[in-house]
Design a protein around this ligand. Structure first.
Ligand code: GLN
Length: 515
């Protein structure tokens, strides 16, 4: 478990280990550190030991028979519980889908299976991917492996924590406004939001279709690239899927790791620093930037004036799309059905009302109300129409910036992991965590978060965000791998280590930790 996915793939190829052994080791690790809603990391909502071991045995058999294998064949993975899986529950972190077993696999899940990656289980998340801390899960929060009293980010805190806690070498997440990158930043893992349309959304339970994107959650940039190549590429089942290959992403990561950034033009986004950004976050961001300069990159400051309005536009567009998407949870076709109390023969509408009241949490209800209001007659132009215009302005800021530079950079999250409960009753404080990640979703451009070290004041991880033009995802991997290599060299080793982590988990009262 100390190895990266790429190294595990090599160990499998060399016959040093079997996929069954590897999968069992991760299942043991999950049993040891994951705990439940009350204690432990609680990254998983569902663990599929039997299914994962069967897939692992099939991979071992294919290898023994000399059949063709994928680059990550036999390496286990965890999947965010917003992606449909045949035979495994898919709850989206909501009570309204408790017990639902989808009759189909998401395209990305299908591709994982075709590539021989055993699926360990489904990871915890904020309900319907709304949140930045995973505290909005109806099944209790995930805890940050760096400090079990802190949030692991959200909405994909389960995937990030699983990878950070060495419960899985790889995971899939989804990012609508930062849900892969921000959890990556606060757990010291790598998170990628690919170009919109470059990875299929078929089988991703939609929160906001025009913003949602599936992406890799890993401990290294190369692992993310290898996973991206497996799940990415055109899918006829997704009408927004781009008909183009994903490109040579792993090759870009390998080149980048050599650390020569001569000729690279890096733009620091002026609007994404300063007020509201924690001192230690800024400091680590600037140090990583200096490393890029030392490696030959040219750094300039770039202004994207409309980014100031990104958060406001997002919190109109996102609830509008979500209110429409969540209308399908009506208790008539699948999921929770609650009968209203004291009504002898309730109407369909009364059942829907009782079910939606019981099935949705507060944050989901807040957004359904906001979205329904903003889309209603008379307000549509004033809110939704206006937000869409802001979206265009943000896209133009990106276009103008990328005319001058190859990549844009910023801190991923303005702060390190905060305490569980700290922002739960303050939606605006929660929303502000996505200040730096949301512009990429509004414009459809790709972004990556790479660990930049730990903040001096609290010893918690800081993420370095890199953004590239649409369809230039390879640049994320090239520059991301360089940052990773340079930071790792400076730190004298990777940020995440099994020894360090286990010492922390044990100190914090986790039961004896299995290795
Ligand atoms: N935290 C943001 C929100 O609450 C983004 C969520 C996401 O990317 N799924 O909407």
């Amino acid at each position: 478990m100390t190895k990266t996915a790429a190294e595990l793939a090599e160990a499998l190829a060399a016959g040093e280990v079997t996929s069954v052994e590897l999968t069992q080791a991760h299942l043991d690790r999950i049993a040891s550190v994951d705990g439940d809603a009350d204690a432990g990391v609680h990254a998983f909502l569902h663990v599929d030991a039997e299914g994962a071991l069967a897939e692992a045995a099939a991979s071992d058999a294919r290898r023994a028979a000399g059949a063709p294998l994928s680059a990550l064949d036999g390496v286990p993975i965890a999947v965010k519980d917003v992606l449909t899986t045949i035979g495994q529950p898919t709850t989206c972190g909501s009570k309204i889908l408790e017990g639902w077993i989808p009759p189909y696999d998401a395209t990305v899940v299908q591709r994982l299976k075709a590539a021989g990656l055993p699926i360990l289980g489904k990871t915890n998340m904020d309900e319907f991917a709304m949140g930045s801390s995973t505290e909005h899960s109806a099944y209790g929060p995930t805890r940050n492996p760096w400090n079990l009293d802190k949030i692991p980010g959200g909405s994909g805190g389960g995937s990030a924590a699983a990878v950070a806690a060495f419960e899985a070498p790889l995971a899939l997440g989804t990012d609508t406004g930062g849900s892969i990158r921000q959890p990556g930043a606060v757990t010291g893992t790598v998170g990628v939001k690919p170009t919109y349309g470059s990875i299929s959304r078929y089988g991703l339970v939609a929160m906001a279709n025009s913003l949602d994107q599936v992406g890799p959650v890993t401990r290294t940039v190369l692992d993310a690239a290898l996973l991206h190549e497996i799940v990415g590429g055109h899918d006829p089942l997704d009408s927004t899927s781009i008909e183009a290959p994903v490109g040579e992403l792993a090759e870009a990561a390998r080149q980048g790791a050599l650390g020569d950034m001569t000729g690279l033009r890096v733009g620091v986004i002026k609007e994404l620093s300063g007020e509201g950004y924690q001192a230690g976050v800024e400091a680590k961001f600037r140090e990583a930037l200096d490393l890029l300069v030392a490696a030959g990159a040219e750094v300039v400051e770039v202004s994207c004036p409309n980014f100031e309005h990104a958060l406001a536009a997002y919190y109109v567009i996102m609830p509008c799309e979500a209110s429409s998407n969540l209308a399908k949870f009506d208790a008539m076709r699948y999921g929770l059905r609650v009968l209203p109390e004291g009504v002898a023969a309730p109407s369909a509408e009364e059942v829907m009302r009782a079910s939606r009241d019981a099935g949705f949490g507060d944050e989901v209800k807040r957004r359904i109300i906001l979205g329904t209001y903003a889309l209603s007659s008379g307000y549509y132009d004033a809110y939704y129409g206006q937000a869409q215009k802001v979206r265009t302005l943000i896209q133009r800021d990106f276009d103008a910036a990328f005319a001058d530079v190859d990549v844009l950079v910023s801190p991923t999250s303005p702060v390190t992991a905060f305490a569980l409960g700290e922002k739960l009753d303050d939606p605006i404080a929660m929303y502000l965590n996505d200040l730096a990640t949301i512009p990429a979703n509004l414009a459809g451009v790709p972004g990556i978060s790479v660990p930049a070290g730990v903040a001096d004041e609290d010893g918690l991880p800081v993420g370095f965000q890199i953004l590239a033009p649409a369809m230039a995802d390879d640049r994320l991997y090239r520059v991301g791998a360089a940052v990773e290599a340079l930071v790792t060299k400076q730190l004298g080793g990777p940020l995440l280590g099994l020894d360090k982590l286990d010492a922390r988990l044990e100190a914090e009262g986790a039961a004896e930790v299995a290795r």
